[in-house]
Structure formats: structure tokens, C-alpha cells
Design a protein around this ligand. Structure first.
Ligand code: B12
Length: 401
């Protein structure tokens, strides 16, 4: 069981330890419903990767819970609790209703294909983001009680509060892969891949040719490429529907008006591309930005996760956007953003770029110096403000400010 990490904040990150303890209680207090294995995130979850010491602190939470409390000595402490029973019954009923809805659509695969599942995820996150923005949902240190002493956990040397991955690690991994490929019997590799293609093209069983490929040393990447060549690549619906904008706050209405006016000056509606380069699936941020941008009247191009910098630049050119917004939470912002900037320059496209995601301060400065107009991180929870700034960026880039 991995407890929820989405609620862990970049702002006042020391508060996360308290959140983690509370979440660990949620999955351990009831003996009958107790998780069998527990993985706790670290206090610096929203800052970057944890170091061994950070992980150790989370491990200590489990050890203190197990060894310094009497939790494990008792039967289920919720037995007979009317409140917990009622709450559980509610959850079970709601889950059954949801399952039935999906079954009525033809099952889970149909509900992925028709975008229902993804839309529900995006909508539920949109509701969460709105609640935080409006203050209806309080997140201590983020949208309330924000005045604070500087966190002693993050005031050390730059980068000292997260794991900094050595650049050599990538180079060494590539060298290992190349060495592995060199010692394979190339003829066998080619024959195994050809066999895989033949069998699958004829509707055969994927396992025997895959096992043969594994024996020949075919890598998972080569294996998957062979399948892609045959079947193409599935791009799931993004769940970011073009629905009607929702009832808006005064601030949102103001940004909507500014967006409209800028569109008039530009001669067409303001259009942005939200790009999600990289191999990871952290789509939440990109989705919420896309949803809110539509809400304030922008035209939005968002084609989902795992786009290459090349595809992003191509799409920006084809769609004639005024701004590119990149969302990167994988830690590969340095390489990916530079790649996009270089390709834009090569294509002669003078488009402003903003970037959001898990970006340490020092990296944010480097990106800004390289030409990125704005960098946003999880502490920037006010999406309306972000939208307003994107309008400013486009206006500035057209000399309209
Ligand atoms: C939810 C989550 C996931 C979900 C993602 C679900 C989804 N569909 O998005 C799941 C469970 C799939 C996941 C998986 C993994 N995750 Co994860 N995940 C998170 C988590 C907890 C929250 C991210 C999130 O959704 N935030 C909510 C959105 C709204 O916020 P946001 O994206 O930051 O966006 C805000 C700003 O950044 C900005 N913004 C973002 N994008 C853009 C774009 C534009 C244009 C603009 C203007 C602004 C903007 O505006 C938003 C508003 O505030 C973070 C930690 C954290 N608390 O941040 C880790 C985190 C991002 N994950 C991480 C990791 C390592 C992984 C895994 C590799 C773990 C593993 N070993 O398996 C896998 C990757 C799997 C894969 N194939 O991709 C690391 C990344 C480390 C790094 N960058 O250095 C983090 C930071 C956790 C950690 N500390 O280790 N993860």
C-alpha cells in the first residue's frame, strides 16, 4: 500500500511528515483492514527524489508505530464503531454504483476507449484544485497559514534537500546497454525479431517468439518497437474535454476578459499548446492547465503524454499557437526543455515557452536564463494567476504590453 502523496506540498515541506503519519494511521489502525505492506513517501516528496536519509525518516514512522505503540496488541479497534461502519457502507455503495456504471458501458476497456474513466479522473482533480484555490479545502502552509519561518530542512546548500542524480549514471547505463548489444549474436537477434513479427502478423501466440527473443538478448525496447511497427501505438483519450467553461470566480472572469481582448488585438483567439514531453505518465498538471486555459477562453492543443520534443515543435507550428507550455515532472526538464528550445530556433519559430513541474530552484534559474519565460512548481496552486501570467507572456512577446 502506497499512501497518498498528492497532498504532500512543496510549501513548508516539514508539514508533510505530519501528513504522512496521519495517512499511515489510516491504513494501519484497523486490524481487519490493515495493509500487508506499507510504503511511505518522504517529507521532500514534492521537491524531488528522496535521499536515503529522507527514506529512513519515513521508515522510522513505521517502526515507531509498530514498536512504540500497542497497536499490534489488540483486535480491530474499530469493531462496533457505528461511525466507521456507516462510512464503510457508504464507500461500498458508491463503489458498487460506479462499477455498475462501467459495466453498463460495456466494461473497463470500453470505459477507457470512450474516455469516461479518464474524464472522471480529470474532473475529480479539477474539483480538488478549485477547492484549494478558493480556500474551501485548506492545505496548511499552501493556501492557509502561509507566513512561516524559513524551513530549516531546505535552507542548506542548493540541491542539498533532494537527491541529485549523477549525470554519469545515464552515460554508464547507455554504455552498459551498448556493451550488451555488442556481445549478442546479431543474426539470432534479427531472426528472433523477424519471427516475432511473422507470428504476430499471422495472429499467433506472442509468448513463444517473445521467449525466443529474450534468449537471443532482444531488449524490451526492441521487442516493443517490433510490436509498434506492426500494431501502431495506442493514444488514450486525454480526458480533457472541450466542455462548457464552468461558473467562474471574479478573478477568472477578469482573466477571461483579458484573454478575449488580447485575442482581438492578435486578430484571432489566443491559442496555446500544452506539451508533456518525456516517458513518464505525470499528466495531472498538464491536464489541469489545459482545462483551466479553456476555462479562461484560450484555444488549447493538448495531445496527451509521451510526446517527443520534435512532435511538440511540429504541432506548435501546424497549429499556429501563441505559446508553448511544457509540463515535466520526471526530472528530465534540463534535457527536454533545451531540446524544445533548440528545435524551435532551428524551425525559425519565435514562440514563448513556459514550463511547469518538479523543478528545483537552481534549475528554474538555469531554464529562465536559457529563455524560458516562466517556471511553475507545485507551490503555484493558483491556476488563475498562472493563466493571467500566460496572457502577459503572449502580450509581451508581441510587444503589446
Ligand atoms: C500523482 C503522482 C504520480 C501519479 C501520476 C498520475 C497522473 N496521471 O498524473 C503516478 C502514481 C502514476 C506516479 C508515478 C510515478 N512517479 Co510520481 N508523483 C505524483 C505526485 C505525488 C503528484 C504529482 C501531481 O499530480 N500533482 C498535482 C499537479 C496538479 O501538480 P503539478 O503537476 O506539480 O502541477 C502544478 C505545477 O507544477 C504547475 N505545472 C505543472 N505542469 C505545468 C505546465 C504548464 C504549462 C504550466 C503553466 C504549469 C504547470 O502548475 C500546476 C499547478 O500547481 C508527485 C509528488 C508531488 N507531490 O508533487 C510525484 C512525483 C512527481 N513522482 C515521481 C516519481 C519518481 C514517480 C515514479 C517514477 C515512481 C516509481 N519509481 O515508479 C512513477 C513514474 C511512473 C510513470 N510511468 O510515469 C517523483 C519525480 C522525481 C523528480 N522529478 O525528481 C515525484 C516528485 C515524487 C518523488 N519525490 O519521488 N506519480
Amino acid at each position: 500500500m502506497q499512501v497518498n502523496s498528492l497532498g504532500l506540498t512543496e510549501a513548508q515541506p516539514e508539514n508533510n511528515v505530519i501528513r504522512i503519519v496521519l495517512e499511515s494511521l489510516g491504513v494501519t489502525l484497523s486490524k481487519k483492514a490493515r495493509c500487508r505492506a506499507l510504503q511511505l513517501p518522504a517529507w521532500n516528496e514534492a521537491l524531488g527524489l528522496p535521499r536515503p536519509w529522507d527514506q529512513q525518516w519515513s521508515l522510522r514512522i513505521q517502526q515507531i508505530l509498530a514498536c512504540e505503540t500497542d497497536l499490534l496488541d489488540h483486535e480491530d479497534i474499530f469493531d462496533g464503531s457505528v461511525v466507521i461502519e456507516a462510512r464503510t457502507a457508504e464507500l461500498v455503495e458508491a463503489s458498487r454504483e460506479e462499477l455498475q456504471r462501467v459495466l453498463d458501458m460495456g466494461g473497463a476497456v470500453a470505459a477507457v476507449d470512450n474516455a469516461y474513466m479518464k474524464q472522471r479522473l480529470v474532473e475529480s482533480h479539477t474539483a480538488r484544485v478549485r477547492e484549494i484555490e478558493s480556500g474551501e479545502r485548506i492545505v496548511v502552509g499552501l493556501n492557509a497559514y502561509t507566513e512561516a519561518e524559513p524551513s530549516l530542512l531546505t535552507t542548506g546548500d542548493a540541491g542539498a534537500s533532494i537527491l541529485v542524480v549523477d549525470d554519469d549514471a545515464e552515460r554508464e547505463q547507455i554504455e552498459r546497454l551498448q556493451a550488451f548489444r555488442r556481445q549478442r549474436n546479431q543474426k539470432e537477434v534479427e531472426a528472433a525479431l523477424a519471427n516475432l513479427g511473422d507470428v504476430l502478423a499471422n495472429g499467433g501466440n506472442v509468448m513463444p517468439p517473445s521467449i525466443r527473443a529474450a534468449h537471443a538478448g532482444v531488449t524490451t525496447g526492441e521487442w516493443a518497437d517490433a510490436l509498434r511497427a506492426l500494431f501502431g501505438e495506442y493514444r488514450a483519450p486525454t480526458g480533457v474535454s472541450g466542455g462548457q467553461p464552468r461558473a467562474a470566480s471574479a478573478e477568472t472572469l477578469e482573466v477571461r476578459e483579458r484573454t478575449r481582448k488580447l485575442g482581438e488585438k492578435l486578430g484571432r483567439p489566443l491559442k496555446i499548446l500544452v506539451g508533456k514531453p518525456g516517458l513518464d505518465g505525470h499528466s495531472n498538471g498538464a491536464e489541469q492547465i489545459a482545462v483551466r486555459a479553456r476555462d479562461v477562453g484560450m484555444e488549447v492543443v493538448y495531445d496527451g503524454i509521451r510526446l517527443t520534443p520534435e512532435e511538440i515543435v511540429q504541432s506548435a507550428r501546424d497549429e499556429g499557437v501563441h505559446l508553448i507550455g511544457l509540463s515535466i515532472l520526471s526530472g528530465s526538464h534540463g534535457v527536454l526543455v533545451m531540446d524544445v528550445l533548440r528545435r524551435l530556433q532551428e524551425a525559425g519559430l519565435d514562440l514563448p515557452v513556459v514550463v511547469g513541474g518538479i523543478i528545483p530552484d537552481a534549475d528554474a534559474r538555469a531554464l529562465t536564463e536559457a529563455g524560458v519565460r516562466r517556471v511553475y512548481t507545485p507551490k503555484d496552486f493558483d491556476l488563475t494567476r498562472i493563466m493571467g501570467e500566460m496572457v502577459d507572456v503572449v502580450a509581451e512577446s508581441h510587444g503589446l504590453h
